[in-house]
Design a protein around this ligand. Structure first.
Ligand SMILES: *Cc1c(COP(=O)(O)O)cnc(C)c1O
Length: 228
């Protein structure tokens, strides 16, 4: 068995066990394989082990791997900061964007989404730890942003994404994830939305994320090993 297959099997067990502990169905937790710096053949191995959702952070790197993997039925998710001059290629080549944090980017993605494709799924990235330097929408601007995105034609707002400040404390990890879940519920109530996606949890905090309702965990290291 390849290391990647082995890692994915271990990850699945970890997810099943966390789901059971927190009385959730493991079926409601999607594994997004985050493959930045890893090769197209590593992605193909992850697919072989049953994964379909692939996350990439850098446009050029992603396009190169996509070109090598057109024979596989993969769903591509963009996870990096979205620069305005990259929105067209992102709108054309991805199914999801998890890192929308301002209206201008959402407007461009909507305007540039090709007509023959379904609306682009997007998550608003929230700056949950309120760090000055970090990307993500400020919590107090979230309702306004979500409301404006909701009115765009060719994107579908699906939920929220966070990259919390790293912590080794389980309780602290859970707090940021819980707050994000509550923010999504508030948006659904206030704006009458049906957001269903909480993109949260990485290799080191996936159990806390599952405890607080993550529906999509973004896993790199625990699948592909350390990045260089
Ligand atoms: C790299 C990355 C991940 C995966 O992180 P690991 O700790 O390797 O699992 C998840 N989300 C985003 C946005 C990333 O950039």
């Amino acid at each position: 068995m390849s290391t990647i297959t082995d890692n994915i099997n271990k990850l699945r067990n970890q997810i099943r066990s966390a789901a059971a502990t927190y009385q959730r169905s493991a079926d409601g937790i999607k594994i997004l394989a985050v493959s930045k710096t890893h090769s197209a053949s590593a992605i193909a191995q992850a697919h072989e082990a049953g994964l379909f959702d692939i996350g990439e952070n850098y446009l050029q790197e992603a396009l190169e791997k996509q070109a090598q993997l057109t024979h596989l039925p993969l769903t591509w998710h963009f996870l990096g900061p979205v620069q305005s001059n990259k929105t067209k290629a992102i709108a054309e080549n991805f199914t999801w964007v998890h890192t929308v944090d301002r209206l201008k980017v959402a407007q461009r993605l909507s305007a540039q989404r090709p007509a023959h494709l379904p609306p682009l799924n997007i998550c608003v990235q929230v700056n949950i730890s309120q760090e000055a330097t970090k990307s993500g929408c400020a919590i107090d601007e979230l309702t306004e942003l979500a409301s404006a995105i909701q009115n765009l034609d060719n994107v579908t707002l699906r939920g929220l994404m966070i990259i919390p400040q790293p912590s080794t404390d389980f309780t602290e990890q859970r707090a940021a994830f819980r707050q994000t879940n509550l923010l999504m519920q508030e948006l659904n109530q206030q704006l009458g939305l049906q957001l269903d996606t909480l993109s949260m949890g990485m290799s080191d905090d996936l159990e806390a994320a599952i405890a607080e309702g993550a529906t999509c965990i973004r896993i790199g290291t625990a699948i592909f090993g350390q990045r260089n």
